[in-house]
Write a protein of this length. Structure first.
Length: 368
C-alpha cells in the first residue's frame, strides 16, 4: 500500500502538471504559427488531434497524450487523504472542474463532427456532409421503390485497400487516392482496361488546400469479378457524371462523396433573405426561414447569422449562400458536439471552487 501511495504521489506531482501546461502552451504557439502555411485543419491534426508529432525520427508528445497525462495527474489528487475537509474542499472542487473540462475535450475530440447542410429554396434535406471525411457509395438503383446503399467509410478509402460486400457482385480495389486533384483530359483515349470517365480523363494530383474543406478528393480504382465491366475507373468529389453500370441485371451507381450523417428530422427551406450593404453587391446579413419537420409535424424556425438553431444535439449556423440566377440556396454549417455543455459546467464548478478557497483564505487572515 505504501508503494502504491508513493507512485500516486509521484504521478500526481504538481511539477508534472506544470510541465504539461508549459508544453501545451508550446504546442498552441507552434500550431498557431504553422497553420498560416499548412492550414487550420492540418495544424489541428498534427499538433492537437494526434498522439505524437514526428520530427524526423523523433516522436514528440502531441495534444492527445499531453491532455491524457494532465488528466491522470489531476485524477491522482483524489487518492490523497482528507480532500473533502473544509480546508481542502475548494481545491477539490476546482480539480473536479478541470477534470470535467478535460473529459469534455476528449468527448469532442472523438465524437464531434461538423459539416454543412445545403438546401435549395422549396426543397428539403435530412443530412449534412462532413467537411473532412469522405465515403465511397455503391448504390443499387434496380428497385423502382427504393435505392439500396453500400457505404465504405473514410478509413477504408486508402491505397491498396479492397472493398467488398456480400450484397455486391463485384470487388473494388483502390489503386490510388488523392486528397486534392482535378480531372485532366487525355490526349489519346485510354486502353481497353480503362472504363467510364477514365477512358477520356485522368486525375492529376494537386497540393492540399490550406482550407481543407476546399479539397477535391479523388480515387483511382479497379473493379473485379464484374464480367465485362472489369477495369480501371476514376471518381472524384463533385463528379458531374455518375459512374453507372449493370451487373447481373442490376443497375449500380458508384460515387465518391463527402461523408453523410443523416438527421432524425428534416429541414425545409421556405425562404432565404439577404440584406445588402447600400450601393454594393456585398451581403450585410442573411437568414433562412426553415420548416423543422419531425414526426411529420412542421415548425417554422428562423436561422440567422447570430441566431443558430439548436435541436437534438445539433447546431445549425447560417454560414453562407449560393446564388444561381433566381434560385436561392442556403448553406448551414452544422455541428454535432456531445461535449458542448462541458466547458460551461466545468467553468461554473471551477469558479465555485476558487471562490470558496479565496473566501476561506480571507476568513483566515481576518482571524489573525
Amino acid at each position: 500500500m505504501k508503494n502504491i501511495n508513493k507512485y500516486i504521489t509521484i504521478i500526481g506531482s504538481p511539477k508534472i502538471f506544470s510541465y504539461t501546461v508549459m508544453w501545451l502552451i508550446v504546442l498552441v504557439f507552434i500550431g498557431t504559427i504553422v497553420q498560416k502555411d499548412i492550414g487550420l485543419y492540418a495544424a489541428q491534426m498534427d499538433y492537437f488531434s494526434s498522439w505524437f508529432k514526428w520530427i524526423g525520427f523523433v516522436p514528440l508528445p502531441s495534444g492527445k497524450i499531453t491532455m491524457l497525462v494532465m488528466f491522470i495527474n489531476l485524477s491522482c489528487y483524489f487518492f490523497r487523504p482528507n480532500i473533502f475537509n473544509k480546508n481542502k474542499l475548494g481545491i477539490t472542487i476546482t480539480h473536479s472542474g478541470v477534470i470535467l473540462m478535460l473529459l469534455g475535450g476528449g468527448l469532442t475530440s472523438y465524437f464531434s463532427s461538423e459539416g454543412s447542410v445545403v438546401i435549395d429554396e422549396g426543397n428539403k434535406s435530412n443530412f449534412y456532409e462532413n467537411y473532412y471525411n469522405k465515403e465511397f457509395a455503391v448504390v443499387d438503383t434496380s428497385n423502382p421503390d427504393y435505392d439500396r446503399f453500400v457505404i465504405f467509410d473514410n478509413p477504408l478509402i486508402k491505397v491498396n485497400s479492397f472493398l467488398s460486400d456480400k450484397s455486391l457482385p463485384f470487388d473494388i480495389q483502390i489503386l490510388d487516392y488523392y486528397v486534392n486533384c482535378k480531372p485532366v483530359s487525355r490526349i489519346y483515349q485510354g486502353g481497353d482496361e480503362f472504363k467510364g470517365m477514365a477512358k477520356n480523363f485522368f486525375l492529376q494530383e494537386l497540393p492540399s488546400e490550406k482550407e481543407y474543406e476546399k479539397n477535391i478528393s479523388g480515387i483511382i480504382y479497379r473493379l473485379n469479378n464484374s464480367d465485362s465491366f472489369d477495369g480501371i475507373y476514376i471518381n472524384y468529389i463533385g463528379q458531374p457524371i455518375t459512374q453507372a453500370l449493370t451487373v447481373d441485371e442490376k443497375d449500380y451507381m458508384l460515387l465518391l462523396r463527402r461523408q453523410r450523417t443523416y438527421l432524425p428530422f428534416q429541414l425545409e427551406l421556405i425562404d432565404f433573405e439577404k440584406i445588402m450593404h447600400p450601393g454594393t453587391n456585398i451581403a450585410k446579413s442573411f437568414s433562412s426561414l426553415v420548416n423543422l419537420i419531425e414526426d411529420n409535424v412542421p415548425r417554422k424556425v428562423l436561422i440567422s447569422m447570430n441566431e443558430p438553431l439548436r435541436h437534438r444535439g445539433y447546431t445549425f449556423y447560417q454560414a453562407s449562400f449560393i446564388e444561381d440566377g433566381p434560385k436561392q440556396t442556403t448553406v448551414l454549417a452544422t455541428v454535432k458536439n456531445h461535449g458542448r455543455l462541458f466547458p460551461y459546467i466545468s467553468t461554473i464548478i471551477m469558479s465555485i471552487g476558487i471562490l470558496y478557497h479565496m473566501l476561506l483564505m480571507f476568513l483566515r487572515k481576518k482571524k489573525v
